[in-house]
Design a protein around this ligand. Structure first.
Ligand SMILES: [Fe+2]
Ligand SMILES: [Fe+2]
Length: 315
């Protein structure tokens, strides 16, 4: 795909963007869950269900707060930053006006997602009376993107940043989808996630097209250099260090005896995902590499050997 072939999605944005189409959602005070059990394995652990099942809703509320906090960081500090610099033509890689205009809609969408997330944080505090425990200042990407960019020579730093954000924008999508399908979860929370998902469908294609435009014009030696950085980024992106320390801190805040806290921590460690081809986000990452055309390059396939399924599975 060439830059001049890029077609703006502005009509779809005007007609379907959630900021253009959705009323405010209100958290309902019903018996349903505020967060899907499948997204907080701690509450499904044997120790938890046997020893402190009555704390389930407290843990789910705190986990929702962590999720909201992550969304706000991701939207305002990661995606907003890169999309805004593309929109304002301050990015080292030049893009035509249609790309820059669409990038500005991404800025608007993401800042709106952050606003909606903050609204839900306030509504949940007001309804439950539960104040958030200490929330992380960073998400995995806050470390993984700068680490990847630092490995690139100066003339490739914007390209690496673009690819990292594009990967992230192509993986959160399925993360959010898990909420939208779960009928045990409150309707307003599911609606919030479904709204977000609708916008992210547009974003994932946008970022993949920008990467495709860049990749098609990139020199072979630049492609090889970027390919070597990819595994470093992916490994840092998929770590669960921040989630684990949040879960440990959450366990410390539970009103249970120290022996049970210790058992719960062991459960959290045992339940975390491995960083290899079995990690649930790896399929999304590989799909992004495929649709962005990056996976057509031999250097990318070589760099991703550890994550690729059996040869030919992606054909
Ligand atoms: Fe978003
Ligand atoms: Fe997005």
């Amino acid at each position: 795909m060439k830059a001049e072939d890029y077609l703006s999605f502005v009509d779809a944005w005007e007609g379907r963007a959630t900021i253009r189409t959705r009323p405010r959602r209100m958290l309902e005070n019903d018996e349903k869950l505020i967060y899907p059990l499948s997204r907080q394995p701690l509450v499904l652990s044997d120790t938890f269900t046997h020893e402190c099942a009555q704390l389930r809703d407290y843990v789910l509320v705190q986990t929702l707060y962590k999720f909201i906090n992550d969304v706000v960081i991701f939207e305002t500090e990661i995606v907003d930053k890169t999309a805004r610099s593309i929109a304002k033509n301050r990015f080292a890689i030049p893009f035509p006006f249609a790309c820059r205009y669409d990038a500005m809609t991404v800025v608007i969408d993401e800042d709106y997602h952050a606003l909606v997330a903050m609204d839900f944080m306030q509504q949940t505090i007001a309804m439950t009376g539960i104040e958030p425990i200490a929330l992380p200042q960073e998400i995995e990407l806050s470390r993984a993107i700068p680490a990847a960019v630092k490995l690139a020579p100066e003339h490739l730093q914007s390209a690496v940043e673009l690819i990292c954000v594009a990967i992230a924008e192509n993986t959160v999508t399925n993360d959010v989808a898990a909420f939208a399908k779960d009928d045990s979860v409150k309707q307003s929370i599911k609606g919030l996630m479904a709204d977000h998902l609708l916008d992210e469908g547009r974003h994932s294609g946008f970022w993949a097209r920008l990467v495709c435009i860049y990749w098609q014009s990139a020199a072979q030696e630049d492609r090889e250099c970027i390919a070597r950085i990819l595994p470093v980024f992916i490994a840092q992106y998929l770590t669960n260090d921040i989630q684990k320390s949040f879960d440990f801190n959450l366990i410390e805040n539970l009103n249970v005896v120290p022996a049970i806290k210790q058992a719960l921590k062991e459960d959290v460690v045992a339940l975390s995902f491995p960083i290899n081809s079995h990690h649930p986000l790896v399929g999304n990452i590989l799909r992004f590499f495929k649709i962005s055309s990056m996976l057509d390059s031999h250097c990318v396939r070589t760099a991703l050997t550890d994550y690729l399924p059996v040869p030919g599975a992606l054909q």
